[in-house]
Ligand binder design. Structure first.
Ligand SMILES: [Zn+2]
Ligand SMILES: [Zn+2]
Length: 331
């Protein structure tokens, strides 16, 4: 059944994420930099993180009872508080890795290229790290074992394991927090699978995602925005896993597991206060400048729903000064 295959496919994404959850950055590689902080960044203290999380908590909605086809109705997950995350990841990732990389894979139309570039920019604003785009890699000389023709006889699919192991991991820069392979081609993860939206390896800090099934970004402004939202959601979600963030079960959150596209379309792009705390902490990224950068992004692209949220979040952290009514000069 199509539905079953979709569930299996999405399970794979998260199953791959499960591998990442055991990632321990403190022992996986020796430090690249000797703790020299980025000069312009003031890392929030634990007290500041907790206080900001409490300030924005009223803006977030608790997780509701899942529908029968939703992720949590089919997967038992315990969730992860900020305290649990800190216990597992004692070192801030920003002290060891400084840059995120986007690796374009295969051919892109002009619109898909724009989508990819806008996703790279958003990642930088969301996680507070520079994002570099690596030179594009062509699929022209893919080995036979790394590609197949789908049953429609028209669509070529590319094997995720080949991209993760032979392409991305092999080329991963030393300072990479994560290397995100983005492709417009359809993907499949191996025998027994129809397709996969994406796959990531948290232990290797590489992942690959396809925009092939996110709609047609050339079909008008609304359709472009839908494709952009979907791409942004998967990019921040999977990058969250690469930072060691588990699926969220407490709130409606960008780190919720998702069983189907309709479910992920319902979920917010932003993380909940607990998951944002992990990000603020490990990326050394203060909430207020983050919200301002995100708001600026949404205003430039008409992502009104997200913009309204970040405007409210700014007001919670930095409440507008109540202007006292000046007395009339004539009095
Ligand atoms: Zn996930
Ligand atoms: Zn969350």
């Amino acid at each position: 059944m199509i539905f079953d295959s979709v569930i299996r496919v999405l399970s794979l994404i998260v199953a791959a994420g499960g591998v990442h959850l055991t990632a321990d950055f403190s022992r996986s590689e020796p430090p690249i930099a000797t703790g020299k902080p980025r000069p312009q960044i003031v890392k929030p203290t634990e007290v500041e993180v907790r206080s900001a999380a409490d300030a924005v908590r009223p803006l977030h909605v608790k997780m509701e009872k899942p529908g029968p086809s939703d992720w949590l109705a089919n997967h038992k997950e315990a969730g992860q508080t900020f305290a649990q995350y800190q216990q597992r990841h004692k070192q801030r990732i920003c002290n060891r890795f400084q840059t995120m990389y986007v690796q374009p894979l295969g051919a892109f139309t002009e619109t898909q290229k724009k989508l990819r570039e806008e996703t790279a920019e958003f990642l930088g604003r969301f996680y507070g790290m520079p994002v570099k785009t690596l030179g594009p890699l062509s699929f022209e000389n893919l080995p036979e074992r790394a590609q197949r023709l789908r049953s429609d006889g028209e669509t070529t699919q590319v094997l995720t394991h080949y991209l993760l192991d032979d392409v991305l991991r092999a080329r991963r820069p030393k300072d990479a927090v994560a290397v995100l392979g983005l492709t417009a081609s359809d993907l499949w993860p191996g025998e027994g699978w129809n397709f996969v939206f994406g796959q990531a390896s948290l232990t290797e800090r590489v992942g690959v995602w396809s925009i092939h099934r996110y709609g047609n970004p050339d079909a008008g402004e609304d359709e472009y925005k839908l494709c952009l939202r979907r791409t942004l959601k998967v990019a921040v979600h999977e990058t969250g896993h690469m930072l060691g963030i588990d699926h969220c079960t407490a709130y409606q959150c960008g780190m919720n597991g998702s069983n189907h596209l309709a479910e992920s379309d319902r979920q917010p792009l932003e993380f909940c206060p607990e998951c944002q705390s992990k990000l603020w902490w490990t990326c050394g990224y203060a909430p207020l400048p983050r919200y301002r950068k995100l708001l600026e992004y949404t205003e430039a692209r008409g992502l009104d729903e997200e913009g309204a949220h970040w405007r409210q979040a700014i007001d919670k952290i930095d409440p507008p000064k109540v202007s006292r009514q000046p007395k009339s000069k004539s009095e």
